[in-house]
Design a protein around this ligand. Structure first.
Ligand code: Z5A
Length: 225
């Protein structure tokens, strides 16, 4: 997704009900952006009003923090990185996500709190219990609403990296070694076993259309649409 993209809206009419909140998660290059594009096309075809957004980012202020967080020249320690992720999330949540849900719009978010557990908790800290407790506390104190459904696109780490390497220059996270992404993958796996109702594992192998079909089937089943 290009750095200039912020939340983008569909053109369909809103309904006066609470919107549904769906997040996409996974290690680098698993195909989240591609899958989200296909999901948004389906939602549009069904006349469902949606907002597509991402983290870190999604609001003007959070997009400024995203630039800093992804810049390979940014030198910050792990705690600072964690707190900046939550500063961005707090603004995104209050300025964009909650108002959209309140007006009945579906929110489709590329990454959310599970990425923090996976990247900062496992990638950076190897699942350390103290770091996990800090993250859980930040979620409890600053995240007013978790996604109703999280789609974890699961692909072997090296396959995702191979997909991602076909694209632009690596950002600050993409420059990490394979071992880092192996720990991140473990983080998603742990989260999926802890919260099996919310987090649905999607096999991200095969063609983009096959992955998209699996995602739509899961959404139909889980959200009863
Ligand atoms: N981060 C964090 O550390 N803590 C946090 O709390 C949060 C985030 C929220 C930015 O994320 C970084 O922030 C991220 C974690 C960190 N760093 N990393 N790594 P991002 O979402 O902007 O960056 P990303 O995870 O690297 O996502 P991505 O690069 O945009 O990849 P993707 O969206 O999952 O994949 P894609 O762009 O759809 O596909 C990648 C390529 O594969 C592309 O050429 C596609 O055409 C191709 N593709 C897609 N699907 C397929 C299939 N099915 N087959 C073959 N090829 C495919």
């Amino acid at each position: 997704m290009s750095a200039s993209i912020q939340a983008s809206f569909s053109q369909t009419t809103t309904t006066p009900t609470q919107g549904r909140f769906i997040s996409f998660e996974g290690t680098e290059g698993v195909g989240k952006t591609t899958a989200i594009e296909q999901l948004c096309a389906r939602l549009q075809a069904h006349g469902i009003d949606y907002l597509r957004t991402r983290e870190p980012g999604g609001s003007p202020f959070a997009e400024r923090l995203r630039e800093i967080l992804l810049d390979p020249n940014t030198a910050i320690n792990d705690d600072t990185e964690l707190l900046l992720m939550f500063a961005a999330r707090c603004d995104h949540m209050q300025q964009v996500i909650l108002p959209a849900l309140q007006r009945g719009t579906w929110v489709i978010c590329d990454r959310f709190t599970d990425s923090t557990v996976a990247y900062q908790g496992f990638g950076r800290a190897d699942g350390d219990a103290i770091v996990r407790a800090k993250i859980d506390m930040l979620i409890e104190q600053f995240v007013m609403q978790l996604p109703e459904l999280t789609l974890w696109l699961d692909l072997p780490v090296l396959e995702g990296m191979a997909r991602a390497n076909k694209r632009s220059a690596a950002d600050r996270f993409e420059q990490q070694a394979t071992e880092f992404f192996t720990r991140v993958h473990q983080g998603f796996s742990v989260l999926a076993s802890e919260q099996p109702e919310r987090i649905q594992r999607i096999d991200a192998s095969g063609s983009a259309n096959e992955v998209s079909a699996r995602i739509w089937q899961t959404i139909e089943e889980k959200l009863d649409i």
